[in-house]
Structure formats: C-alpha cells, structure tokens
Write a new protein. Structure first.
Length: 836
RNA sequence: GCCCGGAUGGCGAAACGGGUAGACGCGAGGGACUUAAAAUCCCUUUCCCGCAAGGGAGUCCCAGUUCGAGUCUGGGUCCGGGCACCA
C-alpha cells in the first residue's frame, strides 16, 4: 500500500483523471460501435426515447442534459439487464425560434442550424450518452421532411386536413403575423404596436374527431399521472345538452319594434331558433337572457333597427382586439340586440344580448345565461341590470328566496327551487329529468363537448416544411402527388415576413408558380409552412428507419421496435407534443400503417432544475453551461451530480458547492478499486452490505429514484473503506457495475483495469442474493405509550415474547414500565410498543 | 379565479402499504498528517436544559383518527408550476 504522503495529485500513479479516461472511452465506443444497436438481430428490444432538442445557438442547456442523462441511465440499466437498447437522438431544428434568432443576428437559418447541431453533437458526446449516432436525424433535412409532408397527405386523404378562415394576431406596424407568445399584454413584442385580429385561410387537422379516443386511452397508458391529468384537462370533456330557444314573434309582443330585416332585405320567413350549449340544463328556469358571440351568424338577423348601430360598433370593436387580450380581459361588455326569445321552461320572453365573453369556437357560440348560478353571467347581469333568479339552494337551506350576493355554483347536496314541477329535486336528478322533458318537446338533446380545438398547422413563415398543396384555377385544391415529394424549401436570402401577411415563400416566383399536377395548367403552391409540432409528432417512427429512403418507416423494424418502450421528457410538453403525437399515431393506425394506436408505452415526466433556489434564465445570468462543469469535474461527476441533486421526477436545486461531494465519491471508488487485492477473502459484513446495496440500486433505477440509488452506493463505499482498510476485489467489482449507468467512463476504465475484456455494458448486472443480505442481529425500537424509550438487539426472526423479555431487562426502558403492560404491540423486525 | 405539485437541520435532501425523523451529500467546528498550504483521513454537527448521566421539544399552522402521524382525514397559510371568460 502506498504511503499517504505519496498520494498527491501528481505523484500517485492511480490518480483518477476524468479528462483522459473519458476521451479514451468515447473514442473506443465510437471505434468499437459499442453504442450501435443491432436493430435487425437484437433480442428483447428496448426503445429508450428522449425528447429531441431544439439546437439553439447557446448550446446544450443543462435541462436537456438532466433529461438525457436520466434516460441514458435507464437505458444502460436495461442493457445490463439483457435488453437490446436503442437510444437515438435527433434535432428539432425547424421553427420560429431559429428563424427569429437568425433574423436577430443577421444570418440564415439554413447556415445557422448545421453549426448549432455540430456543437450539440460535440456536447452530447462529451456527456457520455449511449446514443446510436448512426440513426441521427434532423427535421430540416429534406429526407426527413419529405415524410412530414407525406404525413400531411395521409391526413388530407382521410379528410382530416381542411382549410378554414381563422383569426391570427396581426401587427399593423410590422405588418406581420405573430405567434401568441409574441403578443405581450396586447402589444407586439418587437415594436409595441397594438395587435389586431386578422382572418386568414389556414390548414387544420381534425384532432377533435379523436377527442373521445385520446381521452379514453389515458385510462390504461402507463404514464406519469400528472401528465395524464394535464391531457384530460386539455381535452376537457363536458357532458351537457344543446337547448333551443325560439325567437319571439314580435307581432305578438306589443310595444317592441319589429324584427330586423335580414342582410338581403327580407324578413325571415321561418321562425328563428337559437341553439345553446349548457352543462346545467337543470338551471333553465333561471335563464333570464341569452348571449350570442359577436361572430355568431344570427346576430345581424336578430338586431332591430334601433340597435343596429350599437351592435355594429360592438362587433367591429371585438374584431379589432387581438386574440390574447380578448381572453384575458375579464370586464364584461355587451350590447342588447332588441330581440327576445322564449324560455321553453317558463314560457317567458328573455332578452337576447351580444357579448364577447361568449366564444364562437366553443359549443354553439351562444349561451343561456343563468346569472344566479354562473359567475360570468352574474357579473354580466350586475353590469347591465338584468334579472337574477335563484333556482338552486342547499338541501337544508330554508331561505330559498333570498337574493343572491354572488353566483351560487354548488351542485353537491343541493336541490332545485323556483323551478315549477321540478322544484325540490336534487340537481343531478333534475339535470336528467329536465333534459328529458325538454327533449320530448323538441327543445333539447344531450351533447358532449370538448374544449380541445382542431390543430392549426399553418404558419405564415419561412423556416418550416412547405405544406404540400397546389392551387389550380381549374382543379381547385390539389395535393402534391407523393412521387413529387419532398416539396423542397427554397433557399431565400430575404426570409423576413413582409406586409402581405403571407409567407415569404410567396415572393419566390420560380417556386410559387407551378404546373397543376392534375391538368398541367398554371397553378400556385401553398405558401404556408407547417407547424414544428408536426415535425415532432412522428420522429420516433423515423429513428429505426433512417436508412430507408423510400418509406417513412420500415414495416418490419417498426413492428419490432415500436411502440416506444420508455419515453422520458419534460412536462412542458404534457399537452401539445404528447397529444399531437398520439393523434398522429392513431391516424396512422386507422390508415393501416402501424399496428398500434398509442406511440409511447411508458412515459415519465422529469422535474425541473433550478439553480441556488432560482429559476435559470439568461437575464438572471445563472444558467449552467455544461461545458464548464464537464471540463472542471468530468462528465461522470456531472452526470452523477445531476442525478443526485434531487428526486428525478421532481427536479431539484443545482448548487455549485455540492458537486464536489459526488467527485469525492468517485475518487474513493477509483482508489478502492485500484488498490483492491485478491488475497484472502472478502469481509462478510461488507458482503452483506454489498447485497443490500445491489438490492436497493436494482430497485431504485427502474423507479427513477436515482438520488437514493447514489446515496446507497456512497454508503457502501464508506463501509468498504472504513478504517482505511484495503478492499477485496470481490467487494468493489460489483460496485463498479452498479455505478456504470451513472459514471460509464470510469466504470469502463476500472472494469478494464480489473482485468476484464470488452465493454462493461455487455457484462450483465450483479446478482442479488437474499441470503447474503440477511442480518443475524436486528435492532428493534421500543416505545412506551408510543414514546421512544430505547432500542434492543435481538437475533433476526425473534418473536414478541423474546422482545418483551429483552425490553423489560433493559433498565433504561423498564423504568418507564411500573406495572405489567395493559397492551403490547409488536411489529416484527421493527418495533415494540408497551401501553401502560 | 381554476387545476396540479411542494413545505422536514445552516443548505440540497432521506424515511417501503402509518412503526427508531434527519440516511446520503454540502457547509461549519475540532483533530491527524505536513515546515506550511492543498489534498486525504478521523470525530462532532436538529434545537433547548445539563459538567455528565439524562430529560424536554421538534417535520408550515390549527383540529381530528390511532397504541403510535412527516406519512391518514378536515380546515387554513405560504411557495413553485400549468391553464386562463370552455357555458
């Protein structure tokens, strides 16, 4: 053994130098193809997917590395368990983010992205991830987006892609379309001008057709509960009814002006019905007015002459507001149309209003307002002095006629009041009966609504895959034939959005003008590009098949490797990305392209890491740059620290000061392994601890409880080294295996130095032996009246008798037990509680 | 406003279906080695009283269930994240 005084950084021959060994093993993995997956021949396939990053100019974010390392450890562990693990990575490189950055620094995204990707690849390799780089992909590669466009065509063919006019945010100063995130408090983030709504023809996917299935499958998916809950809320199922209200025939209603003429100048020949959606048909007796969204098609027909000016002004004003402000502003505004409808329950006429708190996109764009039992209706009724009627009261509430101070929205343990023959019924029962009663008279039908909207995939931008559609004056909308894919994105020097509000691609005449694939006549290309979320909605299908140029995904490989075995990612994608990829997979399933309808068997959301208690951000200047830490501590230490700083699924606090603790652990493991001996036999007590550690680490890794797995290994190395003893090789070698998913380079190096050939990742996992782990003597807590009074040691397996005897024999405990205990509670192996 | 998480030493955090609170790590204090420093190793480290033996209190607050509550139930406070007029 070396003298302690010789153990200085320079002098000790076995000093752990991560920079050297990490480089050595990264090169060797490359040379030997250690991380390459045998997709065709591999047995027990395990697809360990991580969310691919957007390759930003700033380089890899520590949050990316936190996510990837967690996935890598799980993947390496599965490999050690005998699976063939596929751990691919690619780049999500299209989108407004790169486009805006390129604009800002005056470069072109097509030049910027390859540089960024190169930097990312370098950083990822340095992090020691088990990535199979032979299946790398980028969404900006025509060989990739050819199939993104193909995917659009599959949806188009199935009637799931359609075009409609929809509102976009428009900056009148920059004369460009803005994403919702670019609108700050109703103003353009760049110039501060007030943002307006504009209507453009845009492409949508009918994801709402799949709302029911997307919701139902959540019941059996093995996903983080928080993610499933977020999806359920996003899909937002509500069970209710559509009710119809007949507009009052004004000739029967003396004293009011005649109903307005229609836009064509005719009086409406048919009686007008207004259909509303409600989840509370039980409250219909309290419906004291109706409200239509400003965009509702019946508004003009219902507006009487005297009100025409006011209603017109209100509609114009609503149209001018940007999409964000309209939803955020809660002040109730509205205008009376002058018309009335008949409440089918009470037979009374109720006024019809127009207000922007009713949204055209949801339900029928019209509501029956029940101010007594809906907060928004209550506020509106107060603002415009409309009648508020109470129709629900608490079951034991005697004062059913007291005026309401606020909307009473309780449904549990309540009953109807002021509701004719239905008064006295519990709300839930009333819902059923009133819907039935109204349905019999043709005024109601049960309806399920979802708050999920169809997916708008059009972007009036440059940096994305062109939507593969051609417009021909003679043939109309013609999809680009599959044989003509990809529709390549032309290199445009000036890709800045301009004042036309249409994509910069419209300015590239040579690209824009095209022969109609159907008739050969003059035609024009669609100039919008598709949403980045479409690129990422199917990338997991492409990875195994990146070698195939003529199909998006090879049927045999897809059948073998999908659905994804394990997907790990951030909960910021809980709804959009995860929902869109589920939708796309379901569509491909229905089209007979894949055999499964859910893309990810298991999904786990990791937590977020903050630094020194504060969220990392560029403006705070507290962003962790992985390069610096890897250079200073080594990738193995950095990886292990990231996994140690908190529970993986909750995230944690990155503290610079604490990294050293993990490095010390690896140093100790290194020197113990290096100095270990094969002389003599391993220590029995150490071996017992070893097997307890094997058990814990083997259980913690699949549960993603990485922090406690690392703590257990630290505890074990402390036992191995206690009293500066020299470790036996059989004591440390299994620990090298246990640590290998966390610190792969160090583990490979020690494995080699311990005399093994080949990668440690092909050498299996240490076996847990319960007999080896069992303790002969156990410690039991003794309580008196539930209060801790001491501990006793007993042979493992002792019963209550022996425990009681030992407890009473201990003076420190016995002094609290004056007489025979009234009751004895014994938990084997844990505790004895004496009640006196 | 609504929906999810959280709250445990000086700090990051442990604690299987209720059973010895604070594992593991950082920091701090003390010691060994060294001419010295760094590194390394050992000891102490929830708080209060006590020289000690020992005792008392303690997991955000207030109640409750239980032989026993960080863990379960009800009510409240604060912090973080998400969604936002969805009828």
């Amino acid at each position: 053994m070396t003298e302690p005084s010789d153990r200085t950084a320079a002098a000790h021959p076995a000093e752990y130098d991560p920079a050297v060994i990490e480089r050595k093993w990264q090169d060797r993995w490359d040379a030997n193809g250690t991380n390459r997956t045998d997709l065709v021949g591999g047995v027990r396939p395990f697809y360990a997917l991580m969310m691919f990053p957007y390759p930003s100019a700033e380089g890899l974010h520590v949050g990316n590395l936190f996510a990837f390392t967690g996935n890598d450890i799980y993947g390496r562990f599965q490999r050690l368990q005998g699976h063939t693990v596929f751990e691919p990575l690619g780049f999500d490189a299209f989108g407004i983010h790169s486009e805006n950055f390129a604009l800002k620094v005056g470069t072109h995204p097509a030049d910027l992205i390859p540089r960024n990707i190169e930097n990312f690849r370098r950083q990822l390799k340095q992090a020691g991830l088990m990535i199979d780089w032979t299946h790398e992909l980028s969404t900006t590669d025509p060989a990739y987006y050819k199939w993104t466009q193909w995917l659009f065509l599959q949806l188009y063919k199935r009637g799931l892609a359609y075009k409609k006019r929809a509102a976009v945010n428009w900056c009148p100063n920059d004369k460009t379309v803005l994403a919702n995130e670019q609108v700050i408090a109703g103003e353009c983030e760049r110039c501060g001008a007030k943002v307006e709504q504009r209507f453009l023809e845009q492409w949508f996917f009918r994801i709402t057709d799949y709302a029911g299935r997307l919701l139902a499958n959540l019941d059996w998916l093995d996903w983080s509960e928080s993610t499933k809950l977020a999806q359920r809320n996003w899909i937002g199922r509500s069970d209710g009814a559509e009710l119809t209200f007949r507009v009052q025939d004004l000739e029967d209603f003396a004293g009011t002006a005649t109903i307005a003429q229609g836009p064509s100048g005719e009086f409406p020949a048919q009686p007008i019905d207004i259909t509303v959606f409600t989840t509370r048909p039980d409250t219909i007796f309290g419906a004291t007015y109706l409200v239509l969204a400003p965009e509702h098609p019946l508004v003009d027909a219902l507006t009487i002459d005297e009100q025409r000016e006011d209603v017109g002004a209100y509609k114009r004003n609503a149209a001018k507001q940007d999409i964000v402000t309209r939803k955020v502003n809660r002040d109730k505004t509205g205008v009376f149309t002058g018309s009335f409808a008949i409440n089918p329950a009470t037979g009374q006429p109720i006024p019809i209003w127009v207000a922007d708190y009713v949204l055209m996109e949801y339900g029928t764009g019209a509501i029956m307002a029940v101010p007594g039992h809906d907060e928004r209706d209550f506020e509106f009724a107060k603002a415009f002095d409309l009648p508020i009627v109470r129709v629900v009261a608490g079951a034991d509430d005697g004062n059913a006629h007291a005026p309401l101070e606020t909307a009473y929205i309780e449904t549990a343990n309540t009953r109807l009041v002021n509701s004719g023959e239905f008064s006295g019924l519990p709300v839930l029962e009333a819902k059923r009966q009133i819907t039935g009663w109204l349905a019999d008279r043709g005024h109601a039908r049960p309806v399920v609504n979802y708050r999920l909207h169809d997916w708008c995939i059009s972007r009036q931008r440059y940096w994305g895959p062109p939507i593969p559609v051609i417009y021909c004056d003679r043939c109309g909308t013609v999809p680009v034939p599959e044989r003509d894919l990809p529709v390549e994105l032309p290199y445009v020097e000036d890709f800045k959005p301009d004042d036309t509000g249409i994509s910069p691609l419209a300015r590239v005449e040579s690209w824009y003008r095209v022969a109609c694939p159907s008739c050969g006549g003059e035609a024009r290309r669609e100039t919008d590009v598709s949403d980045t979320f479409l690129d990422s909605a199917w990338y997991f299908l492409r990875y195994p098949s990146t070698d195939f140029a003529d199909v998006p995904f090879d049927p045999v490989l897809t059948e073998k490797w999908l659905p994804v075995t394990s997907y790990i990612g951030g909960n910021e994608h809980a709804v959009l990305h995860l929902l869109y990829s589920r939708f796309v997979t379901m569509v491909l399933h229905d089209a007979g392209q894949v055999s499964f309808e859910e893309p990810y068997e298991r999904f786990r959301a990791h937590g977020m890491i903050v630094r020194e208690g504060a969220k990392m951000s560029k403006s705070r200047g507290n962003v962790v740059n992985p390069d610096e830490y890897i250079e200073r501590w080594g990738a193995d230490t950095f990886r292990t620290y990231l996994m140690y700083l908190g529970p993986y699924e909750e995230g944690g606090d990155f503290r610079d000061q604490s990294v050293v603790g993990v490095r010390r652990f690896l140093d100790r493991l290194w020197s113990s392994a290096f100095d270990s001996t094969t002389d003599g036999a391993p220590d029995q007590a150490v071996l017992r601890k070893l097997h307890q550690t094997i058990k814990k680490v083997s259980a913690d890794i699949p549960a993603l409880s990485y922090n406690t797995a690392i703590a257990a290994m630290m505890e074990y190395i402390n036992v191995v080294r206690r009293g500066e003893r020299t470790a036996h090789r059989d004591e440390v070698e299994p620990l090298v295996q246990l640590v290998s998913p966390f610190a792969p380079h160090l583990a490979e190096e020690l494995w080699e130095r311990l005399g093994h050939e080949g990668s440690i990742f092909d050498a299996g996992w240490p076996e847990f032996d319960p007999a080896m782990a069992a303790e002969d003597l156990i410690t039991i807590a003794v309580q008196v009246n539930g209060k801790m009074r001491g501990t006793i040691q007993l042979p493992n397996g002792s019963g209550q008798e022996a425990a009681l005897e030992a407890a009473l024999a201990a003076p420190a405990i016995a002094k609290f037990v004056p007489a025979a205990p009234k009751k004895v509670i014994f938990v084997p192996g844990r505790l004895l509680n004496l009640v006196v």
